[in-house]
Design a protein around this ligand. Structure first.
Ligand SMILES: [Zn+2]
Length: 82
């Protein structure tokens, strides 16, 4: 017969065990590019947006992973008509 106290201890240890596994187990598909939203890109001087990958430059500087950042540009229209 399990006493309530034993149950609590068992539950707690189980939670600890799961936490330990989660700490070791990293979610897959994580790219190793960092993000630094709000930082100023050292290369181009633009603000690094939350969705943009960034890289550390030096001790505390940041720069876009892809600089200049790829922006959605409007499709270029050809001058030729016909
Ligand atoms: Zn940049």
């Amino acid at each position: 017969m399990t006493t309530p106290q034993q149950f609590l201890i068992t539950a707690e240890s189980r939670i600890l065990a799961e936490a330990d596994i989660k700490e070791n187990e990293r979610p897959g598909g994580e790219d190793h590019s960092a993000h630094a939203p709000g930082r100023t890109c050292k290369a181009c001087g633009e603000i690094i947006e939350p969705g943009q990958a960034a890289r550390r430059r030096g001790e505390s500087d940041w720069a876009h992973d892809v600089c200049p950042p790829q922006q959605a540009q409007p499709p270029q229209r050809g001058g030729q008509s016909g």
